[in-house]
Design a protein around this ligand. Structure first.
Ligand SMILES: Cc1cc2nc3c(=O)[nH]c(=O)nc-3n(C[C@H](O)[C@H](O)[C@H](O)COP(=O)(O)O)c2cc1C
Length: 158
C-alpha cells in the first residue's frame, strides 16, 4: 500500500474538513501547515487576500512529517484572491525537491480554484495525479461527498 501524506492549510476549517476526509479514507498521515501570522485580527483577512494576490510566501513552521518519506503527498489549500494561500505557497516552494508524486485540492467560495491548482503544479514542478475543487456551499452535501470519493479513488491507484 502506498504511503500517503495529506498536508493542508486552513484558516476557517473548510480545507481541514476535506483534508481529514481524504486522510481517513486512506489511513494517511495528516499535517497542518502552520504559519507565524496572526490572521484573527481585523486586518488578518485583507492581509491574507493581498498575500494571495501578490503570490507571497508566509513564514511557516518546519513540518513534522518529511514529505520525502511518502509515495504520494496530497496538498490542500483555501483559495485566496483566486490564488493559493501564502502558507501553502511557502510549503510547496520549500518542499518541491522532496515531492515524488502529488495530488492537489482546494476549497473556495466560488471562483479561483482552477487557477490555484495550476499555480500549485507550477510551484511544485509536478503534474498532479488528481485534482479536486470543493466550493464551500457544497461541504456536507452529496456533491462534495461524490467529488471527494472520486479523488480518494484516483489517488489510491498505483
Ligand atoms: C483572504 C480570503 C480570500 C478569499 N478569496 C477567495 C477567492 O478569491 N475566491 C473564492 O472563491 N473564495 C475566496 N475565499 C473563500 C475561501 O476560499 C473559502 O471560504 C475556503 O473554503 C476557506 O477555507 P478554510 O476554511 O480552510 O480557510 C477567500 C477567503 C479568504 C479568507
Amino acid at each position: 500500500m502506498p504511503q500517503i501524506l495529506v498536508v493542508y492549510y486552513s484558516l476557517n476549517g473548510n480545507t481541514r474538513q476535506v483534508a481529514e476526509a481524504i486522510a481517513a479514507a486512506h489511513d494517511a498521515a495528516l499535517e497542518l501547515i502552520q504559519d507565524t501570522v496572526n490572521r484573527d485580527t481585523g486586518l488578518g483577512r485583507p492581509r491574507s487576500a493581498v498575500e494571495g494576490l501578490l503570490g507571497l510566501r508566509s513564514s511557516i513552521t518546519p513540518p513534522k512529517h518529511d514529505p520525502a518519506e511518502y509515495d504520494l503527498v496530497v496538498v490542500g489549500t483555501p483559495v485566496w484572491a483566486a490564488r493559493l494561500s501564502s502558507p501553502v505557497r511557502a510549503y510547496l516552494s520549500q518542499q518541491r525537491a522532496a515531492l515524488k508524486r502529488v495530488a492537489f485540492f482546494c476549497t473556495q467560495g466560488g471562483i479561483g480554484g482552477k487557477w490555484a491548482l495550476q499555480s500549485m503544479a507550477k510551484i511544485s514542478g509536478q503534474r498532479p495525479v488528481a485534482r479536486l475543487i470543493i466550493s464551500a456551499r457544497h461541504l456536507n452535501t452529496p456533491v462534495a461527498g461524490e467529488k471527494v470519493a472520486q479523488f480518494v479513488s484516483e489517488i489510491g491507484m498505483d
